[in-house]
Every structure is written in C-alpha cells, then in structure tokens.
Design a protein around this ligand. Structure first.
Ligand code: FE2
Ligand code: FE2
Length: 159
C-alpha cells in the first residue's frame, strides 16, 4: 500500500521555485548542476528528504552541513541511469519478491543502477570530504551504525 502511494505521489510530484531556492542555498554551483540532472520526481524526493533531515538533525542535536548536502545529493547516482518511475516501481517490487533472480539481470543498465547508485554517486564527488561520501555511499547499507546516517536512511525510506 505504501509503495502504491509512493508511486502515485511520484507521478504528480512538482519541483517548485521555492524548492529550487532551497537547493541553491545549500549546494554550490557544481552540485547544483548535478542536482539539475535528476528527474523531476527525484528532485522533489531529495528536497523532501533534505528538509526532514534538517528538522530531525536539529531536534537530535546532530545538525551537520555535510549531512544536508548528502541528503540533497544521495540519489545523484541515478543520473543517466535509465531508471524511471515505472521500471523503478517494478524492480522495487521484484527485489522484494525475488532478490536473487533480479541480481542475475545485472547486465541491464537500469537494474545495475538500482543497486549501485550509491557507489555511482560518489564517483561524481571525487575530491569531496570523506564523511559526505560515506553518507551517500551507505545510504542503503543498513548494517552500519552511524547516527547521522541513520537519520538519512529513515527519512529516505519514508519519502
Ligand atoms: Fe537511494
Ligand atoms: Fe532516495
């Protein structure tokens, strides 16, 4: 049910001028260019994640500009990935049902990107500080214990 809501929401997501101003306040020019290459629904998702990450990190006394940048940029590995709302929803469901079978289809670009977008993302951020890269690279790795990473992961899953 939750997936369906997420799918419908993604279809109608609209990136506003206000969102753009928010993004530009946190990202430098290079990062803004990367961000612009995201699909509309991914942009809206990233802004929602970043705003909620700000609130939660302030509440928990963990505010960190690197965490906010990571929240805005966490999915940039999907740029050029051939993932769209439809095939992404399908693989999300297939991944739940038949994870092993799906991994065998790695040669198909959008399937590879689905799994590897965190690693792909950091290739755009070569000379970035290690902690920002750590947050982005591990945003789907739920075995690591890091309080700021945990905030990003929880907010990401709910948006
Ligand atoms: Fe992601
Ligand atoms: Fe995400």
């Amino acid at each position: 049910m939750y997936r369906i809501r997420q799918f419908i929401w993604a279809l109608f997501a609209k990136f506003t001028k206000e969102d753009e101003a928010f993004v530009n306040a946190y990202l430098n020019e290079y990062e803004q260019e990367l961000f612009k290459k995201l699909k509309e629904s991914e942009k809206v998702h990233s802004v929602r994640v970043a705003k909620e990450v700000i609130n939660r990190s302030v509440d928990e006394n963990l505010y960190d500009i690197r965490l906010i940048k990571a929240a805005l940029l966490h999915d940039i590995g999907k740029i050029d990935g051939g993932l769209n709302i439809i095939n992404k929803s399908i693989i999300t469901i297939l991944n739940k049902l038949f994870p092993k079978a799906l991994k065998k289809l790695y040669k198909i670009k959008f399937i590879r990107v689905y799994y590897e977008h965190p690693e792909i993302a950091v290739t755009y951020l070569d000379n970035y500080d290690d902690y920002t890269k750590f947050l982005i690279k591990n945003h789907h790795n739920y075995h690591i214990n890091d309080k700021k990473l945990r905030i990003l992961q929880e907010v990401d899953c709910n948006n």
